[in-house]
Each structure stands twice: as structure tokens, then as C-alpha cells.
Design a protein around this ligand. Structure first.
Ligand code: FES
Ligand SMILES: [Fe+2]
Length: 364
């Protein structure tokens, strides 16, 4: 780590209690060096969403993704086992599988036609006879850590705790009550934000602080004064009772039930659950001030097409309401007038956890 980067990292004091704490410094949101450091630490060391279980039910089903700049493929073998590999050909490094997902009898590189079995072993190498000291068995696709949880597939670039140890028994127990496997994927949407990825996460973790000001529709169904924040070791649950009286019509029609649950899992995955409907958010850094947020919407089979469309539309409206404020915050973070801000004890415990976990990752 160069000395300037060391200084930036050292500017945050992780030991302060919430009532004495400030946010991470603005340089963490604007420095290209810091952004690169995060890629090698925060994103390489954490479990990252890389696909859905429903995409890989049969042998030969595969799904590709990009995790911290690394091409990844997850594939179900003929033996029924799911495996994750770096999607990088051992010949000259081209991506072997180029579609987002699909079904294949073997994994064939489009560049010079090398083929790998569904279990990752190198099988075919056209025009390669006479090559000395080449051990085919040592040239299979390179595996990486992989785990399944609920509806999702996760991978991790570096070695570290298992997914179950990372999530913890408390979170695993809570989500198992929600019967998430009964909900089925319906649609994916991509949103672009002109801000650092952490601006989006901070906005998500502000304990509903911005909801009455920015999201009038959502505010009409949430019980703001009873909005709760519960931190785990690597996650934060924010939840709110849902009220029907006085609900704005469009939002009230699709946000029903007793409670809204918002789970954030360090560093960049969120599960939003309202009475049997769910969406997830994956926050993907695309540059120091560019972020893509990938939304996946899940519904129970019994729900009508029209109700699903309306639910997605309400989700879209909430994102649109956040777009301008995230851009505004990023601009302010670049201002010479701003370095860091204090946190609300009532609302911003989730951000405090996020910033401390970040600090732990970038400083070790
Ligand atoms: S790079 Fe894959 S076959 Fe050459
Ligand atoms: Fe928001």
C-alpha cells in the first residue's frame, strides 16, 4: 500500500462508538487508488452473488458472471455436482463461455476450440500434437470457492470463512423462516447511478432516514417511528411495520402484510422482503463514481402477472427517486468543503457497521 493510500485508510477511526463516530472520509468515495484497493480486498475476500439456483438445475446448465473484474462460470456437471471455475481458457486466456447462462454438453472455448468437460477437465486441444511437457491433467479450468444458500449461488476469489460461517446461524435461521424457495424469479432490471458504490449502500443503510423526504409513496406504508435496525456480524436487518391506513394507492396495492424486511449482507447484496414478495439488489462498482445496481424480482406462483408488473413498477419508482440524490451526494463528496459527516444514533447504526467492516478489510 503506498503512503498516500495508507494515510487515507488511517483517517477512519473504527473504534469509536456510534454516538462519537463519523462516516468514512470522502476520499474513500473519490480516490481511484482506494477503489482499486477495494477490488483486491473487499470484493476479492467476500462472498459474491454469481447466479441463481434456478439457472443451473440440470447437468450442463451454466451461468457466467464478472466478480471484481474476474470472469467466472458456474456449471452443473454430469455427476449432478455444481462447481465454480474461473472462466479463463488455459490456452490464451479467452473467456470459455460467453453467454450469460445456458446449457452445454461441454465447455468449448470460442478462440481456438479447446474443450473442457462439465467437470472442468481439459478434453480437446485441436492441432496440439508434438507439444512437449504439456500435462493435460494440469490444464483444467481453475476452480474457486463456491457455495449455495437459499435461491442463490455465491463464489469467493480468496480463501476465507465458509459462506455459512460468514452469514452466521442467526441470519440463516431468520431467512429460513421466510420460505424464499417458494418465490420464483420473474425479472431482472439494471439501474445506473452516478456515484461510488458505497453511496448507494449508505443510502440503503440509513435506517429509513431519507424515506419521508425522498420516497413519499413508500413512506405512506412504513411506520417510520417504529423502523428498527439490527446489526449482525456481517449483516444488518432494517425492518418496519407496514400500515395500510393512509397508504398511497400505487404503493399500498403492492406493499402489504405486517412487515417489510430489508437485509443487507456485507458488502453489496440486499434482500428486500414484503409479505411473500422479494427483490434482491446487487451493487456492482463500475468505476470510482459509477455504480450498477442489479435488481432481481421474485414472486409466488399464485400472483397475477398484473400484480407482478405493478410491484416491479413501484420498485422502479423508488430507484428513480434515489438516482438524483446519489449523484448529488457524489458531487458533494468531491467538494473541498466536505470531508465526513456525523451519524444519527437513532437511524444510522447500519452505516456504522458497514464502515467498520470496510475499514477492517482494507487495512489488513
Ligand atoms: S484461448 Fe481458448 S482455445 Fe485458445
Ligand atoms: Fe431510497
Amino acid at each position: 500500500m503506498n503512503s498516500q493510500l495508507k494515510q487515507i485508510v488511517g483517517e477512519y477511526e473504527p473504534g469509536l462508538p456510534l454516538d462519537h463516530s463519523s462516516t468514512i472520509p470522502s476520499s474513500w468515495y473519490t480516490s481511484k487508488d482506494f477503489y482499486e484497493l477495494e477490488r483486491k480486498t473487499v470484493f476479492a475476500r467476500s462472498w459474491q452473488l454469481a447466479g441463481r439456483v434456478d439457472q443451473v438445475r440440470e447437468p450442463g446448465n451454466y451461468v457466467t458472471s464478472d466478480i471484481a473484474g474476474e470472469p467466472i462460470v458456474i456449471v452443473r456437471g454430469n455427476d449432478g455436482v455444481l462447481r465454480a471455475f474461473f472462466n479463463v481458457c488455459r490456452h490464451h486466456a479467452a473467456a470459455v463461455m460467453t453467454e450469460p447462462h445456458g446449457k452445454a454438453a461441454q465447455l468449448r472455448c470460442p478462440y481456438h476450440g479447446w474443450t473442457y468437460s462439465l467437470e472442468g477437465e481439459l478434453k480437446g486441444t485441436p492441432d496440439f500434437s508434438g507439444v512437449c511437457s504439456f500435462d493435460r491433467a494440469q490444464n483444467g479450468l481453475v476452480p474457486l470457492e463456491f457455495a449455495e444458500w437459499e435461491n442463490w449461488l455465491f463464489v469467493k476469489l480468496d480463501h476465507g470463512p465458509t459462506l455459512r460461517d460468514f452469514l452466521g446461524a442467526d441470519l440463516i435461521g431468520q431467512t429460513s423462516q421466510l420460505q424464499l424457495s417458494e418465490l420464483h424469479w420473474f425479472e431482472r432490471r439494471h439501474y445506473s447511478f452516478d456515484c461510488n458504490w458505497k453511496v448507494f449502500v449508505d443510502n440503503y443503510l440509513d435506517g429509513g432516514y431519507h424515506v419521508p423526504y425522498l420516497h413519499k409513496g413508500l413512506d405512506s406504508v412504513l411506520d417510520y417511528s417504529n423502523y428498527m435496525i439490527e446489526n449482525g456480524a456481517h449483516h444488518c436487518l432494517q425492518w418496519s411495520p407496514i400500515v395500510s391506513e393512509g397508504a398511497e394507492a400505487q404503493t399500498g396495492a403492492v406493499r402489504k402484510g405486517d412487515r417489510a424486511l430489508y437485509y443487507w449482507i456485507y458488502p453489496n447484496f440486499m434482500i428486500n422482503w414484503y409479505d411473500g414478495v422479494m427483490d434482491t439488489n446487487l451493487v456492482v462498482p463500475r468505476g470510482v463514481d459509477q455504480t450498477e445496481v442489479i435488481f432481481d424480482f421474485y414472486f409466488p406462483d399464485a400472483m397475477s402477472e398484473e400484480a407482478r408488473r405493478e410491484s416491479v413498477a413501484v420498485g422502479q419508482r423508488i430507484q428513480d427517486e434515489d438516482t438524483a440524490i446519489c449523484k448529488s451526494v457524489q458531487r458533494g463528496l468531491n467538494s473541498r468543503a466536505y470531508d465526513r459527516g456525523r451519524l444519527s444514533v437513532r437511524r444510522e447504526a447500519g452505516e456504522h457497521l458497514f464502515h467498520r467492516l470496510l475499514h477492517a478489510d482494507v487495512s489488513r
